[in-house]
Ligand binder design. Structure first.
Ligand SMILES: [Zn+2]
Length: 299
Protein backbone atom coordinates (compact mmCIF):
# COMPACT_ATOMS: atom_id res chain seq x y z
CA UNK A 1 0.00 0.00 0.00
CA UNK A 2 1.74 3.04 -1.25
CA UNK A 3 -0.67 5.88 -1.14
CA UNK A 4 -3.71 6.02 1.01
CA UNK A 5 -5.77 8.52 -0.91
CA UNK A 6 -5.08 9.38 -4.46
CA UNK A 7 -6.72 11.96 -6.67
CA UNK A 8 -7.28 11.26 -10.30
CA UNK A 9 -8.64 13.59 -12.83
CA UNK A 10 -9.50 12.93 -16.41
CA UNK A 11 -10.08 15.63 -18.92
CA UNK A 12 -12.01 14.91 -22.03
CA UNK A 13 -12.52 17.14 -25.04
CA UNK A 14 -15.55 16.75 -27.18
CA UNK A 15 -16.93 18.62 -30.15
CA UNK A 16 -19.82 20.95 -29.56
CA UNK A 17 -22.05 19.00 -31.89
CA UNK A 18 -21.94 15.96 -29.70
CA UNK A 19 -25.08 15.50 -27.70
CA UNK A 20 -25.35 14.91 -24.06
CA UNK A 21 -25.81 11.22 -24.61
CA UNK A 22 -22.55 10.98 -26.55
CA UNK A 23 -20.81 12.77 -23.76
CA UNK A 24 -22.14 10.36 -21.26
CA UNK A 25 -21.11 7.33 -23.24
CA UNK A 26 -17.67 8.70 -24.03
CA UNK A 27 -17.19 9.60 -20.44
CA UNK A 28 -18.50 6.26 -19.32
CA UNK A 29 -15.85 4.49 -21.38
CA UNK A 30 -13.23 6.84 -20.01
CA UNK A 31 -14.40 6.08 -16.56
CA UNK A 32 -14.22 2.41 -17.38
CA UNK A 33 -10.64 2.80 -18.63
CA UNK A 34 -9.74 4.70 -15.55
CA UNK A 35 -11.06 1.94 -13.37
CA UNK A 36 -9.28 -0.66 -15.43
CA UNK A 37 -6.01 1.17 -14.93
CA UNK A 38 -6.56 1.62 -11.25
CA UNK A 39 -8.42 -1.57 -10.48
CA UNK A 40 -6.72 -1.61 -7.09
CA UNK A 41 -8.77 1.38 -6.11
CA UNK A 42 -12.39 2.07 -5.42
CA UNK A 43 -13.94 5.48 -5.89
CA UNK A 44 -15.78 6.90 -2.94
CA UNK A 45 -16.83 10.21 -4.47
CA UNK A 46 -16.88 11.39 -8.02
CA UNK A 47 -18.02 14.54 -9.73
CA UNK A 48 -18.10 15.81 -13.28
CA UNK A 49 -17.49 19.40 -14.21
CA UNK A 50 -18.20 20.91 -17.63
CA UNK A 51 -16.71 24.01 -19.06
CA UNK A 52 -17.17 25.61 -22.48
CA UNK A 53 -14.10 27.19 -24.00
CA UNK A 54 -13.41 28.23 -27.61
CA UNK A 55 -16.23 26.21 -29.14
CA UNK A 56 -15.35 23.05 -27.19
CA UNK A 57 -16.78 21.56 -24.10
CA UNK A 58 -14.20 20.37 -21.64
CA UNK A 59 -15.23 17.78 -19.18
CA UNK A 60 -13.38 16.84 -16.11
CA UNK A 61 -14.00 13.91 -13.85
CA UNK A 62 -12.62 14.13 -10.41
CA UNK A 63 -12.57 11.07 -8.28
CA UNK A 64 -11.38 10.55 -4.82
CA UNK A 65 -9.86 7.13 -4.85
CA UNK A 66 -9.31 5.02 -1.81
CA UNK A 67 -7.60 1.71 -1.47
CA UNK A 68 -9.85 -1.19 -0.60
CA UNK A 69 -9.54 -2.64 2.87
CA UNK A 70 -6.28 -4.54 3.23
CA UNK A 71 -6.42 -8.30 3.57
CA UNK A 72 -6.37 -9.36 7.17
CA UNK A 73 -6.14 -12.45 9.32
CA UNK A 74 -8.75 -13.15 11.96
CA UNK A 75 -7.73 -14.60 15.29
CA UNK A 76 -10.60 -15.97 17.31
CA UNK A 77 -10.05 -15.39 20.98
CA UNK A 78 -11.90 -16.65 24.01
CA UNK A 79 -9.96 -14.33 26.30
CA UNK A 80 -10.29 -11.07 24.33
CA UNK A 81 -13.06 -8.77 25.52
CA UNK A 82 -12.97 -6.29 22.65
CA UNK A 83 -12.53 -6.36 18.92
CA UNK A 84 -9.02 -5.13 18.18
CA UNK A 85 -6.63 -4.82 15.28
CA UNK A 86 -2.86 -4.69 15.06
CA UNK A 87 -0.40 -4.27 12.22
CA UNK A 88 3.05 -5.83 12.16
CA UNK A 89 5.64 -5.71 9.35
CA UNK A 90 5.74 -9.51 9.23
CA UNK A 91 2.15 -10.60 9.46
CA UNK A 92 0.29 -7.59 8.16
CA UNK A 93 -3.14 -6.87 9.61
CA UNK A 94 -4.47 -9.15 12.34
CA UNK A 95 -7.91 -8.76 13.83
CA UNK A 96 -8.68 -10.29 17.22
CA UNK A 97 -12.31 -11.35 17.42
CA UNK A 98 -13.78 -12.06 20.87
CA UNK A 99 -15.90 -15.21 21.01
CA UNK A 100 -19.15 -13.22 21.54
CA UNK A 101 -18.83 -11.33 18.25
CA UNK A 102 -19.61 -12.32 14.66
CA UNK A 103 -17.21 -11.86 11.78
CA UNK A 104 -19.43 -9.29 10.08
CA UNK A 105 -18.52 -6.84 12.85
CA UNK A 106 -15.00 -6.69 11.46
CA UNK A 107 -15.37 -4.68 8.25
CA UNK A 108 -17.27 -1.74 9.77
CA UNK A 109 -14.67 -1.71 12.53
CA UNK A 110 -11.78 -1.63 10.04
CA UNK A 111 -13.49 1.07 7.98
CA UNK A 112 -13.87 3.15 11.10
CA UNK A 113 -10.13 2.88 11.78
CA UNK A 114 -9.12 3.05 8.15
CA UNK A 115 -6.87 6.09 8.37
CA UNK A 116 -4.96 4.63 11.27
CA UNK A 117 -4.67 1.31 9.41
CA UNK A 118 -3.30 2.96 6.28
CA UNK A 119 -0.71 4.85 8.32
CA UNK A 120 0.35 1.69 10.13
CA UNK A 121 0.61 -0.32 6.92
CA UNK A 122 2.76 2.36 5.35
CA UNK A 123 5.06 2.28 8.39
CA UNK A 124 5.10 -1.53 8.33
CA UNK A 125 6.21 -1.55 4.70
CA UNK A 126 9.16 0.65 5.56
CA UNK A 127 10.14 -1.41 8.57
CA UNK A 128 13.65 -2.90 8.19
CA UNK A 129 12.41 -6.40 8.96
CA UNK A 130 9.63 -6.30 6.33
CA UNK A 131 11.75 -8.31 3.87
CA UNK A 132 11.80 -11.34 6.15
CA UNK A 133 8.03 -11.29 6.45
CA UNK A 134 6.73 -14.62 7.52
CA UNK A 135 9.99 -16.54 7.33
CA UNK A 136 10.02 -18.87 10.29
CA UNK A 137 13.39 -19.50 11.96
CA UNK A 138 15.43 -22.61 11.11
CA UNK A 139 17.44 -21.97 14.26
CA UNK A 140 17.08 -19.75 17.29
CA UNK A 141 20.02 -18.02 18.84
CA UNK A 142 19.74 -17.17 22.51
CA UNK A 143 22.85 -15.18 23.50
CA UNK A 144 21.70 -14.91 27.13
CA UNK A 145 22.08 -18.67 27.47
CA UNK A 146 24.88 -18.96 24.90
CA UNK A 147 22.80 -21.43 22.99
CA UNK A 148 21.84 -21.89 19.37
CA UNK A 149 18.89 -24.21 18.93
CA UNK A 150 17.84 -25.75 15.62
CA UNK A 151 14.14 -25.86 14.76
CA UNK A 152 12.33 -28.61 12.87
CA UNK A 153 8.75 -28.16 11.59
CA UNK A 154 6.33 -31.03 11.21
CA UNK A 155 3.03 -30.28 9.52
CA UNK A 156 0.00 -31.98 11.06
CA UNK A 157 -2.92 -30.00 9.63
CA UNK A 158 -5.84 -29.37 11.93
CA UNK A 159 -3.93 -29.90 15.16
CA UNK A 160 -2.77 -27.33 17.68
CA UNK A 161 0.82 -26.19 17.28
CA UNK A 162 3.11 -27.54 19.98
CA UNK A 163 6.79 -26.96 20.65
CA UNK A 164 8.87 -29.64 22.31
CA UNK A 165 12.54 -29.48 23.11
CA UNK A 166 15.06 -32.28 23.09
CA UNK A 167 18.82 -32.61 22.70
CA UNK A 168 18.24 -32.58 18.93
CA UNK A 169 16.65 -29.15 19.13
CA UNK A 170 13.10 -27.85 18.89
CA UNK A 171 10.30 -29.71 17.24
CA UNK A 172 7.34 -27.62 16.13
CA UNK A 173 4.39 -29.84 15.24
CA UNK A 174 0.78 -29.12 14.29
CA UNK A 175 -0.77 -26.80 11.70
CA UNK A 176 2.55 -25.10 10.97
CA UNK A 177 1.10 -23.29 7.94
CA UNK A 178 -0.62 -21.02 10.45
CA UNK A 179 2.22 -18.62 11.17
CA UNK A 180 0.38 -16.83 13.94
CA UNK A 181 -0.05 -20.11 15.74
CA UNK A 182 3.61 -21.05 15.24
CA UNK A 183 4.84 -17.67 16.54
CA UNK A 184 2.52 -17.93 19.54
CA UNK A 185 3.73 -21.46 20.31
CA UNK A 186 7.39 -20.40 20.00
CA UNK A 187 6.72 -17.50 22.37
CA UNK A 188 5.07 -19.84 24.89
CA UNK A 189 8.19 -21.99 24.72
CA UNK A 190 10.42 -18.91 25.22
CA UNK A 191 8.32 -17.97 28.22
CA UNK A 192 8.72 -21.44 29.78
CA UNK A 193 12.46 -21.31 29.15
CA UNK A 194 12.71 -17.83 30.68
CA UNK A 195 10.78 -18.99 33.74
CA UNK A 196 13.45 -21.59 34.32
CA UNK A 197 16.57 -19.68 33.32
CA UNK A 198 15.90 -16.02 34.12
CA UNK A 199 14.27 -16.74 37.48
CA UNK A 200 17.28 -18.84 38.53
CA UNK A 201 19.58 -16.05 37.42
CA UNK A 202 17.60 -13.46 39.36
CA UNK A 203 17.82 -15.62 42.48
CA UNK A 204 21.62 -15.87 42.14
CA UNK A 205 22.07 -12.13 41.51
CA UNK A 206 19.78 -11.29 44.40
CA UNK A 207 21.81 -13.46 46.79
CA UNK A 208 25.12 -12.02 45.52
CA UNK A 209 24.05 -8.37 45.65
CA UNK A 210 21.95 -8.44 48.81
CA UNK A 211 19.04 -6.90 46.88
CA UNK A 212 15.94 -8.91 47.77
CA UNK A 213 12.64 -9.49 45.96
CA UNK A 214 9.41 -11.28 46.85
CA UNK A 215 8.41 -12.94 43.58
CA UNK A 216 9.25 -12.96 39.89
CA UNK A 217 6.96 -13.34 36.91
CA UNK A 218 7.71 -13.63 33.20
CA UNK A 219 5.85 -11.75 30.49
CA UNK A 220 6.30 -10.83 26.83
CA UNK A 221 5.36 -7.16 27.06
CA UNK A 222 6.26 -4.76 24.29
CA UNK A 223 8.84 -2.06 24.80
CA UNK A 224 9.72 -3.06 28.32
CA UNK A 225 12.47 -5.38 29.46
CA UNK A 226 11.35 -5.55 33.04
CA UNK A 227 9.64 -3.83 35.91
CA UNK A 228 9.67 -3.97 39.68
CA UNK A 229 7.40 -2.82 42.47
CA UNK A 230 8.38 -1.70 45.95
CA UNK A 231 6.50 -4.75 47.26
CA UNK A 232 9.34 -6.71 45.66
CA UNK A 233 7.53 -8.13 42.64
CA UNK A 234 9.95 -8.32 39.71
CA UNK A 235 8.56 -8.86 36.23
CA UNK A 236 10.91 -9.88 33.42
CA UNK A 237 10.46 -10.04 29.67
CA UNK A 238 11.27 -13.39 28.06
CA UNK A 239 12.76 -11.50 25.09
CA UNK A 240 15.73 -10.84 27.38
CA UNK A 241 16.90 -14.27 26.21
CA UNK A 242 17.94 -12.61 22.93
CA UNK A 243 20.36 -10.24 24.69
CA UNK A 244 23.93 -10.78 25.87
CA UNK A 245 24.49 -12.18 29.39
CA UNK A 246 26.10 -8.87 30.48
CA UNK A 247 23.03 -6.88 29.45
CA UNK A 248 20.63 -9.40 30.98
CA UNK A 249 22.46 -9.16 34.31
CA UNK A 250 22.25 -5.40 34.07
CA UNK A 251 18.44 -5.51 33.58
CA UNK A 252 17.97 -7.95 36.45
CA UNK A 253 20.09 -5.88 38.84
CA UNK A 254 18.38 -2.70 37.63
CA UNK A 255 14.99 -4.18 38.57
CA UNK A 256 16.29 -5.53 41.87
CA UNK A 257 17.51 -2.00 42.72
CA UNK A 258 14.01 -0.69 41.94
CA UNK A 259 12.61 -2.75 44.82
CA UNK A 260 14.48 -0.22 47.03
CA UNK A 261 14.26 2.93 44.86
CA UNK A 262 11.23 3.13 42.57
CA UNK A 263 12.73 6.01 40.53
CA UNK A 264 15.94 6.72 38.60
CA UNK A 265 17.26 9.16 41.22
CA UNK A 266 20.98 9.59 42.04
CA UNK A 267 20.37 7.28 45.01
CA UNK A 268 19.10 4.58 42.65
CA UNK A 269 22.19 4.84 40.42
CA UNK A 270 24.58 4.92 43.40
CA UNK A 271 23.06 1.71 44.74
CA UNK A 272 23.19 0.03 41.33
CA UNK A 273 26.78 1.18 40.72
CA UNK A 274 27.78 -0.31 44.06
CA UNK A 275 26.85 -3.79 42.81
CA UNK A 276 27.59 -3.26 39.10
CA UNK A 277 30.31 -0.63 38.55
CA UNK A 278 29.93 -0.52 34.73
CA UNK A 279 26.14 -0.31 34.83
CA UNK A 280 25.99 2.88 32.73
CA UNK A 281 27.93 1.30 29.89
CA UNK A 282 25.62 -1.71 30.01
CA UNK A 283 22.65 0.65 30.06
CA UNK A 284 23.85 2.15 26.79
CA UNK A 285 24.27 -1.31 25.33
CA UNK A 286 20.69 -2.07 26.27
CA UNK A 287 19.46 0.98 24.34
CA UNK A 288 20.70 -0.65 21.14
CA UNK A 289 19.51 -4.14 22.01
CA UNK A 290 15.92 -4.13 20.71
CA UNK A 291 17.05 -5.04 17.17
CA UNK A 292 18.28 -8.39 18.53
CA UNK A 293 14.69 -9.57 19.02
CA UNK A 294 13.53 -11.55 15.97
CA UNK A 295 10.23 -10.62 14.30
CA UNK A 296 8.40 -13.79 15.33
CA UNK A 297 8.94 -12.98 19.01
CA UNK A 298 7.36 -9.54 18.61
CA UNK A 299 3.79 -10.76 18.45
ZN1 LIG B 1 14.25 1.56 35.76
Amino acid sequence: MRQAVSQASVADRAGETAGKKAFVSRCASLQFLLFRQTSDFTATTGSWTRERRGGFTYMQLELELRLPLPTYTVQHSRRARYLSVRVTPQLGVTVTLPSGLREDAIEPFLLEHREWLERELLAAERHPTAHQRGRLPASIELPALQRNISVRYEGQPGTRVRVTESVAGLRVAGSVADKHAVCAALCRWLSRLAKRELVARLRRLSAASGLGYSRCSIRGQRGRWGSASTSGHVCLNYKLLFLSPAVVDYVLLHELTHTLHPDHSPRFWRRLEAVLPDCRRRHEELQRAAVAVPWWAEQ
